[in-house]
Design a protein around this ligand. Structure first.
Ligand SMILES: Nc1ncnc2c1ncn2[C@@H]1O[C@H](COP(=O)(O)OP(=O)(O)OP(=O)(O)O)[C@@H](O)[C@H]1O
Length: 255
């Protein structure tokens, strides 16, 4: 399934947050969204997920969801949002409970997503026993369990330390390489954007407008930490954002 945004403009009261955003998120690709603090990245994700309606413009879902899709649009947040009293398996099974699936199918799905996220040996552990990186892998397993058409990822790695972030990026690349998924990935972190994005949408400061869409052709599986081409792209992104980020920072301090 592809998502298309046509002329999305959004305001909260008198505060203009997004202006005239038109964008296509192709099936099987990861589109990153970067931009200065407060430019409307999370708002854009909420609009795409249908949690809020835009003031102007339309958001289209084109094409069919994948077979076996139980929830077309699924969020992954930075705070994991796990139920502390449920095991890893119990947190994943939660999203399958209202779908009247045969028990054997539920077990098959859970075993599959735990294997894909390397959590099989931790199926019975409670969240408090897990590191931050493992907790986020549970959240990813839970998202994959519903076989979503599009994953809406809001700063999914930003609560993790830099080494764990590297490991999770490798995991996400391995997951995507095995079975390509469609994702919109909001991040502050330009290193994440150039590692994971097939394209990177650079927003201006609020009200967020598209400054540029940067396309990266290098296959995800060939993108590695310290890669010179990626570093060059990262510098380019920062050159697009630097002045606006400084202005947005000053604006926030004035409030
Ligand atoms: N429900 C709301 N009601 C009123 N204003 C809101 C609401 N949600 C967000 N805003 C405002 O809209 C603007 C954009 O917020 P948003 O969280 O989308 O930006 P962001 O780019 O994701 O920010 P950050 O980079 O800090 O995570 C901010 O000024 C924020 O205060």
């Amino acid at each position: 399934m592809e998502i298309r945004l046509n002329g999305i403009t959004h305001a909260y009261g008198d505060t203009a947050v997004l202006r005239d955003i038109s964008l296509a998120v192709p099936s099987g690709k990861i589109v990153c969204i970067v931009g200065p603090s407060g430019c409307g990245k999370s708002t854009l994700l909420r609009l795409m997920g249908g949690l809020e309606q835009p003031s102007e413009g339309e958001i289209l879902q084109m094409g069919d969801a994948p077979s076996g899709c139980l929830n077309p649009l699924t969020y992954i947040f930075q705070d994991f949002a796990l139920l502390p009293w449920r095991s890893v398996r119990g947190n994943v099974s939660l999203v399958l409970e209202d779908h009247n699936l045969p028990k054997a199918e539920v077990n098959r799905i859970i075993s599959d997503v735990l294997a894909r996220t390397k959590l099989t040996d931790f199926a019975n552990a409670l969240p408090k026993q897990l590191s931050g990186g493992m907790k986020q892998r549970v959240a990813i397993a839970r998202a994959l369990a519903v076989n979503p058409a599009v994953m809406l990822m809001d700063e999914p790695l930003s609560a993790l330390d830099s080494q764990t972030r590297e490991l999770l990026m490798d995991d996400l690349i391995a997951l995507w390489t095995r079975t390509p998924f469609t994702a919109i990935y909001v991040t502050h972190n330009l290193a994440e954007a150039v590692r994971l994005g097939h394209s990177i949408v650079v927003l201006s400061r609020r009200p967020g407008e598209i400054r540029e869409i940067v396309h990266l052709d290098q296959p995800l599986s060939e993108r590695h930490f310290g890669d010179a081409t990626l570093e060059e792209r990262q510098h380019y992104l920062w050159s697009l954002m630097r002045d606006e980020a400084r202005a947005a920072d000053a604006e926030l301090l004035d409030v």
